[in-house]
Design a protein around this ligand. Sequence first.
Ligand SMILES: [Zn+2]
Length: 215
Amino acid sequence: MQDAKLLPSDLIAHYHGWQGQDYDKKQAHYHDLIDNGQHPRGMIISCCDSRVNASALFEAEAGDFFIHRNIANFVPPYNPEGEHNGTSAALEYGVTALGVQHILVIGHSHCGGVQGCHDMCSGKNEALKAPTSFVGRWVAGISPAFDKLAGTDSADDIHALEKQAVLLSLENLKGFPFIAQAMAQGKLVLHGLWHDIRAGQLHHYNAETEAFEAL
Ligand SMILES: [Zn+2]
């Protein structure tokens, strides 16, 4: 009988598979990343959602991207007084220590976090309003995006809110002094993306047309 304290056996088998295949083939690459350090060209902010596989979207290898995932791929506003700024810490390290040249905020279709924000803001989910709900307090940060769409044709379009939330994160990113400085120096570019999981498509925000366009 399998020891319940161990990882599930299929995970162990996949790990050995990875070690014997991927790691063996790319050992020199892994060693280079250790000996010469990581130099990721970009930082990705994506959702915790298991259906979003940001590395696979770009056929990325270890070392290609510095990745931060949270509920609804949300960047909260710059707040140096806050105590638990995991997202801010990741941004600071990515930009100031690693010098990433691109930050990609990747929103996605069927995002439970964005749906939660929509439901909470429209009075359809009281549980998320409870002060004990970590998810509720987190997705409340997206409410300015909900407010922006309120009263428009897109008010109940979840995909529109998913995209608007990406734009809110881009605006919040610009409020971090080290990001604003890197952008002003031409060392950093921000990108807003939205991933349609069912269609397998990636859409990029075009600031000139003010629309998300399929790549
Ligand atoms: Zn999500």
